[in-house]
Design a protein around this ligand. Structure first.
Ligand code: AMP
Length: 393
């Protein structure tokens, strides 16, 4: 990668004030990542990543990321107490906290101090989220690079991740209804559309999965976790070549095999997420029988048999979905997970289709209940980490 600079601070927590802003930058130059440190300075014009601002998306009146000292974040999480733990991802633990300076409730991710990869993910996340702003992307409030500590401070998403509502459902918790599922799918697709079509060069998200779709009030979805994001191809190039990273089950086959990453790799992952939303199954489920463990491999033959489409609906919907809507949503998912990347739609077309589907509200009081509820189904999966989550919430 060449270099980029990001805006930093402008708030009470940031050490550098306006006069020093020129120096307040993170530079990603061709030098070892462990030598790269956020310094001070800011130059948006010379950034290699630019964004077409859309007033509908909140325009450019977003607040720049703040810098925090470790002490402030330790205080916010009461020393990273286990009761404050919200979850754990591939790069570290996420805690709920309250900033003393503003009283704001936030989510604080403490990256594992395991060297290069963690530092790279930290830098990419800060760089990307400082420049990218959209109602369907999680908002980065700030970051801390104090000694060897690397922390990211995000807006708090009160409803947790889509994974929590689709797969890791606590007993007695409301299951997602059809309308909410379509709303979440549409919002996630819009977040991806922004990355692909508004950023220049486009940004390939690379890690779309249910646990990276966070939910705000009213199940408003936002994409999070940009540590694996990559700048997409420029000029006549159709792909960027990279080490294969991402999550098994969501990775497009051609990317997994060749390391050639395109925007269509994200479309494939989106198709897997949409299939999970419709079927309630996980991308990979080793507890199921052979032939049903990989969601896409299970779904492909069923796509071609109209009589079997109803059997694909999540049994926990109990037949409460529009039959036509189900077929159409499955058709979108089927197109996204095609083997050949060039046969997959661009994400803007997916957004158009899903926006229409989400506008067709299903009313279980007036519309028929589908008989798929009678289809044989596997009992709900046991929770993977229900005990830990039950303690936290
Ligand atoms: P991640 O490391 O980003 O994959 O996050 C791990 C888990 O922490 C997620 O699946 C969520 O359950 C939780 N989490 C992450 N970020 C937030 C946030 N901003 N608000 C609330 N919960 C979050």
């Amino acid at each position: 990668m060449g270099w980029m600079m990001i805006p930093c601070s402008g708030n009470s927590n940031c050490k550098a004030k306006t006069k020093k802003k020129r120096k307040n930058k993170i530079e990603l130059q061709d030098k070892p990542l462990d030598q790269i440190k956020p310094t001070s300075g800011f130059s948006k014009t010379s950034s290699i990543l630019s964004v077409k601002e859309d007033p509908k998306d909140g325009g450019s009146d977003h607040i720049a990321a703040q810098t925090f000292v470790f002490r402030e974040l330790a205080a916010a999480t009461r020393n990273f107490r286990s009761e404050c733990l919200l979850g754990e991802g591939g790069f570290g633990r996420v805690y709920k906290g309250r900033l003393e300076s503003t009283n704001q409730v936030v989510a604080i991710k403490q990256l594992d101090r395991d060297g290069l990869q963690g530092n790279r993910e930290f830098l990419v996340e800060v760089l990307m989220l400082s420049l990218l702003h959209h109602p369907n992307l999680v908002n980065l409030i700030g970051y801390c690079a104090d000694g060897d500590q690397r922390l990211l401070v995000y807006e708090y998403m009160p409803l947790g991740s889509l994974d929590d509502h689709l797969h890791d459902v606590l007993p007695g918790k409301r299951r997602l209804d059809w309308n909410t599922r379509m709303k979440i799918a549409t919002g996630a697709a819009k977040g991806l559309e922004y990355l692909h079509d508004k950023a220049s060069p486009p940004v390939i998200y690379r890690d779309l999965k249910c646990s990276n779709i966070l939910l705000g009030e009213g199940y408003h979805p936002k994409l999070s976790d940009f540590g694996l994001a990559k700048l997409g191809p420029v000029g006549d190039n159709t792909h960027v070549s990279t080490r294969v990273m991402g999550t098994y089950g969501y990775c497009a086959p051609e990317y997994a095999m060749t390391g050639q990453l395109t925007l269509k790799s994200d479309v494939y992952s989106f198709g897997v997420v949409l299939l999970e939303i419709i079927t309630g199954r996980t991308a990979i489920d080793n507890t199921r029988g052979a032939g049903e463990q990989n969601l896409v491999a299970w779904a492909r033959p069923l796509f071609n048999d109209r009589k079997k489409l109803s059997q694909m609906a999540d049994p926990t919907l109990q037949g409460q979905y529009p039959q036509r809507g189900l077929y159409q949503a499955l058709a979108v998912a089927a197109m996204c997970v095609q083997e050949q990347p060039n046969m997959r739609p661009v994400i803007a077309d997916v957004v158009t289709a899903l926006t229409y589907l989400a506008s067709q509200k299903y009313d279980h009081e007036t519309e028929p209940v589908q008989s798929s509820r009678l289809a044989p189904c596997t009992p709900p999966r046991t929770k993977r980490d229900s005990e830990r989550k039950a303690q936290l919430r």
